[in-house]
Design a protein around this ligand. Structure first.
Ligand SMILES: [Zn+2]
Length: 378
């Protein structure tokens, strides 16, 4: 148990994940539980276009309005031609200097005509044909400019809209992101419970609700929670069928009371400091969760020894355990995180979804994956 640290086990080379035939777990199948969070996460993604759309006009306004405001003829012509009531449309109209002249000229002419004919009701009614023609031309020109500029403004708005859609958003979750909140990390009955030297089991005398015997070769009759037990049996069978290897269980569920015995023995034989490097104090052992098993070769080679990592069985487990929902919990290069020496035989069942996620992301400890503090000591 106090063997020197060894180099990290090479990552797994399995190209395709095969889900083992795991029976319905008491804790609930990960698939059904995960299905809801995934669907919920999809909602914000659909909302992205809706959220960005209100910003489109805002972003577009400066661009569309800027050139118009730069035109000097604005103030002068505005009172002359009240027809374009819309602010956006009025400004572009005034941007055309050539059009501003005929209108005041026509008005002035009308006023002169009106002045020559006392009693005329309005200047409008007394306009000469030339003035009316000029005014019609001016009006038509104004309308044409309004239409053209309106098209420009609308085009700018649409362009700005496209630009806004192309921008990445920070609020939305990428589709299919792994839901790290699917299960509790604190509840000892949770498949994701994280137990280490800083996270004792609560309550300290917790007993798993669905312990069953694991029907595999063993040196000590193994009990595990139902889902983990089935996964072990499936994995052991696969080791045989795929690689011709025979595995055995060396230790699985250990009650609080049995952990007291194991730990006391360790302390008696090699002292407390050394015992703490290899054996959990009662109440902080993963074995008490009913989700952890120490696995060896049925031949007994390197049993519970670090040299097991170099055996065919150790290699196979290191590369394939994740496919069956297991994690090599105490890797060689994570002693400062887990608080335990490299244990190539100690596997923790975490379910196939989380195990596959850890495998694909290359994160090798639960502490790191869930952003929990390292637990090198008590
Ligand atoms: Zn163990």
């Amino acid at each position: 148990m106090t063997s020197p640290t060894r180099p990290e086990i090479p990552r797994m080379g399995i190209s395709r994940f095969e889900k083992p035939g795991i029976a319905d777990p008491v804790a609930g199948p990960p698939e059904s539980v995960l299905a809801e969070p995934v669907a919920a996460e999809a909602l914000p993604i659909e909302l992205v276009p809706a959220e960005s759309s209100p910003t489109e006009p805002v972003a577009a306004e400066p661009d569309a309005g800027a050139p118009v405001r730069a035109e000097p003829a604005l103030a002068e012509a505005a009172p002359v031609e009240p027809v374009p009531a819309e602010p956006v449309l009025g400004e572009p109209v005034l941007a055309e200097p050539a059009l501003a002249e005929p209108v005041p000229a026509a008005i002035a002419e009308a006023e002169r005509v009106s002045a020559r004919v006392p009693g005329a009701p309005t200047a409008e009614s007394t306009l000469s044909p030339r003035v009316r023609r000029n005014r019609i031309i001016a009006g038509a020109s104004l309308a044409l400019v309004v239409v053209v500029l309106l098209g420009v403004v609308v085009g700018n708005l649409l362009d700005a809209g496209h630009g806004a859609e192309a921008k990445p958003t920070v609020a939305a979750h990428p589709a299919g992101e792994f839901n790290r909140a699917a299960f509790s990390l604190d509840d000892p009955a949770s498949p994701w419970v994280i137990v280490n030297k800083q996270r004792p089991i609560v309550p300290v005398d917790f007993t798993p609700p669905d312990l069953v015997e694991v029907k595999v070769a063993h040196t000590w009759k193994p009990l595990l929670r139902q889902e983990a037990a089935v996964a072990v049996e499936t994995m052991f069978a696969a080791a045989t069928s795929e690689a011709g290897l025979s595995l055995e269980s060396n230790s699985a569920y250990r009650s609080y009371a049995s952990q007291v015995e194991v730990y006391t023995e360790e302390v008696t034989s090699k002292g407390r400091t050394s015992a703490d490097q290899s054996t959990a104090r009662p109440g902080t052992s993963e074995h008490q969760t009913g989700l952890t098993i120490d696995i060896g070769a049925e031949s007994g080679i390197c049993r519970l020894n670090v040299c097991f990592a170099d055996s065919a069985e150790g290699h196979w487990l290191a590369e394939n355990a994740w496919r069956f929902g297991f994690l090599l919990r105490y890797p060689a290069d994570k002693v400062s995180v887990t608080g335990y020496e490299f244990e190539p035989w100690h596997f923790r069942y975490i379910g196939t979804d989380l195990a596959a996620e850890l495998h694909s992301t290359g994160v090798s400890t639960l502490e790191e994956f869930f952003g929990l503090p390292a637990a090198p000591t008590y």
